[in-house]
Design a protein. Structure first.
Length: 127
């Protein structure tokens, strides 16, 4: 990856398109937003694969992510809580719990930060 400085941040180019990154969200995505998004969406993507492999039918998955930062320590990310809203018929709570366990173990982003950021997950089943 290569990043080019601009007046209010940095820019990089990927196959999908341009990514603007800045500490000021009027000029681009803030670094902490990208980190939280990476962890939440990676978890969501892995959960989709796990549910499919476990042959658990679902209609939709939405995610909500909450972040706690520590202003006293460079505003670092201390905790990220990801709440999964899983829509489907006759979903089994125990099977979903098992799927989330596998998701946590197999999500590269969660595994990359597990010793420095507390990651928690909950879920809600929606019919």
């Amino acid at each position: 990856m290569e990043f080019t400085m601009k007046e209010n941040g940095f820019i990089t180019q990927f196959e999908y398109g341009e990514l603007h990154i800045s500490g000021d969200e009027t000029y681009g995505f803030r670094p902490f937003q990208l980190m939280v998004s990476s962890i939440a969406v990676c978890s969501g993507g892995v959960l989709r694969k796990v549910l499919t492999k476990m042959r658990i039918p679902y209609e939709d998955i939405r995610l909500e992510a909450k972040v706690e930062r520590n202003e006293a320590e460079a505003n670092r990310i201390e905790k990220i809580h990801v709440h999964f809203l899983i829509k489907g018929k006759d979903l089994n709570v125990e099977k979903i719990e098992k799927a989330l366990e596998l998701t946590r173990k197999n999500c590269p982003m969660v595994q990359s930060v597990k010793d420095s950021i507390e990651i928690t997950e909950t879920f809600e089943l929606i019919e």
